[in-house]
Design a protein around this ligand. Structure first.
Ligand SMILES: Nc1nc2c(ncn2[C@@H]2O[C@H](COP(=O)(O)OP(=O)(O)OP(=O)(O)O)[C@@H](O)[C@H]2O)c(=O)[nH]1
Ligand SMILES: [Mg+2]
Length: 430
């Protein structure tokens, strides 16, 4: 339920209207057709308190409302309503075809438009000019964008709990936060990651994630941990929980090494995350017996003996985690600041409005603006070509064609529309 593929379609713009004023004693009124309204967008919004994409899996097609058409007396159509889709905070949004990342919705209420509504077509009231007194033409609404997007939820926790199955991770999360994960004396009790807020005091807190247990082979898909490892890619640090009592006939040091290997197999970067070592179940005699040996193994690296059940040592551990987090955050902030000052030195990109390519068949014009002009031209209407010529001329397309050596009769292609280049026609259609 952590991934979903959805099809999104924004609303089309409404059509512009062709209409003429009719009043008593005014036989031929001027054009008064109103504009179409814009189509609604499809918008994703990051929402706290949601953790899965299950609703979207059941509704994989999401469509926003179309804009209303314009009508007479300069009345404009209503704008279409946006389709707003709630997704969990921590959702990464990608275009399904290109895999391009459209957004990383980490902050609650952060939004991204995944399909833009089309703009409304202009009514004929707009097209009156000295040479074009009675325009019997209006624009069509622009079609809404349509595409497939892939969603993937990655938890956003500051600190991840990792450890062998049954080490006591969930017990520790339950002890330090209001979360209520399932706890039981057998491995793989936790099937899904759980989050909890750990409060150090009134203002200081961090988010702790409990990840299902990992075992050797998890990175190859054996065991449960595999599909959840990606969640800890986004934590800033880990608390490695070791079962010091070794009651299941295991060895705490071996457990520790095996688990780190497991992380490394999955993603070498995970081994670079700072780890705090918590040796758990210190309330048990078996654990006390192992403590000296394990302390020697870690040498200078500080370890935290705790009991998630009695609470012994737990506060010290959480305070250390909070201090480490603060240290890490200052460091990344400093890094980020250096990057920004570097980026500011770069010159701004010139924004090209269209591109012109000469082919053996003629010319191909591409770009969002000319494409939109063609899509909004009502080709069934003979006057539509006049409007289209004007628009392309204003965009500079006609001049660019002339400069590129286009001559009367050349074919010009824009999107799926083809026309014959004719400077003479252009002049008469001013
Ligand atoms: N004596 C003692 N038992 C503990 C301690 N912490 C956890 N346990 C017990 O160990 C067992 C496993 O605890 P969980 O918290 O479910 O362990 P987990 O690491 O979340 O296990 P998985 O979700 O299966 O990976 C439970 O029976 C707990 O009561 C502790 O500090 N002392
Ligand atoms: Mg658990």
């Amino acid at each position: 339920m952590d991934t979903a593929k959805i099809q999104v379609k924004a609303g089309a713009g409404g059509n512009g209207c062709i209409s003429f004023r009719r009043e008593k004693f005014v036989p031929r009124g001027g054009p008064d057709g109103g504009d179409g309204g814009s189509g609604g967008n499809v918008v994703l919004v990051a929402t706290l308190g949601m953790s899965t994409l299950i609703d979207l899996r059941h509704n994989p097609r999401q469509v926003a409302e179309n804009g209303g058409h314009g009508s007479g007396k300069q009345k404009d159509g209503a704008d279409g309503t946006d389709r707003v889709i709630k997704v969990p905070a921590g959702t990464i949004v990608r275009d399904h075809d290109t895999l391009e990342m459209l957004a990383d919705l980490t902050e609650p209420d952060q939004t991204v438009v995944v399909a833009h509504g089309g703009i409304g077509g202009k009514g004929n009231a707009h097209f009156k000019s000295s040479t074009f007194q009675a325009p019997r033409v209006a624009e069509k609404g622009e079609p809404g964008e349509e595409r497939e997007v892939s969603l993937e939820v990655k938890l956003i926790a500051d600190v991840g709990l990792v450890g062998y199955p049954n080490a006591g991770k969930s017990t520790l999360l339950a002890r330090t936060s209001a979360a209520t994960p399932k706890i039981a004396p057998y491995p793989f009790t936790t099937l899904r990651p759980n989050l909890g807020v750990v409060r150090i005091d009134r203002e200081q807190n961090f988010i702790l994630a409990d990840i299902p247990g990992l075992i050797e082979g998890a990175h190859q898909g054996a065991g449960l941990g595999h599909q959840f490892l990606r969640h800890i890619e986004r934590t800033k640090m880990l608390i490695h929980v070791i079962d010091l009592s070794a009651t299941d006939g295991r060895d705490p040091i071996e457990d520790y090494e095996q688990l780190n290997r497991e992380l490394g197999h999955y993603n070498a970067l995970l081994t670079k995350l700072p780890q705090i070592i918590a040796v758990n179940k210190i309330d048990m005699p078996e654990a006390k017996a192992n403590l000296t040996r394990v302390q020697e193994y870690f040498g200078k690296q500080k370890i935290f003996p705790i009991s998630a059940v009695t609470g012994e040592g737990v506060n010290q551990l959480m305070q250390q985690a909070y201090r480490s987090l603060q240290y890490l955050e200052t460091r990344t902030r400093e890094k980020a600041e250096t990057t920004i000052s570097f980026e500011q030195k770069l010159p701004p990109e010139p924004s090209a409005r269209f591109e012109l390519v000469k082919t053996s068949e003629g010319f191909v014009v591409s770009g969002a603006e000319p494409r939109r002009a063609v899509l909004m031209a009502d080709m069934g209407n003979e006057q539509a070509l006049i409007l289209l010529y004007r628009k392309l001329k204003n965009m500079g397309v006609m001049n660019a064609l002339a400069r590129a050596g286009a001559v009367e009769g050349d074919t010009v292609q824009i999107d799926e529309f083809e026309f014959t280049y004719s400077p003479r026609a252009m002049r008469s259609d001013r």
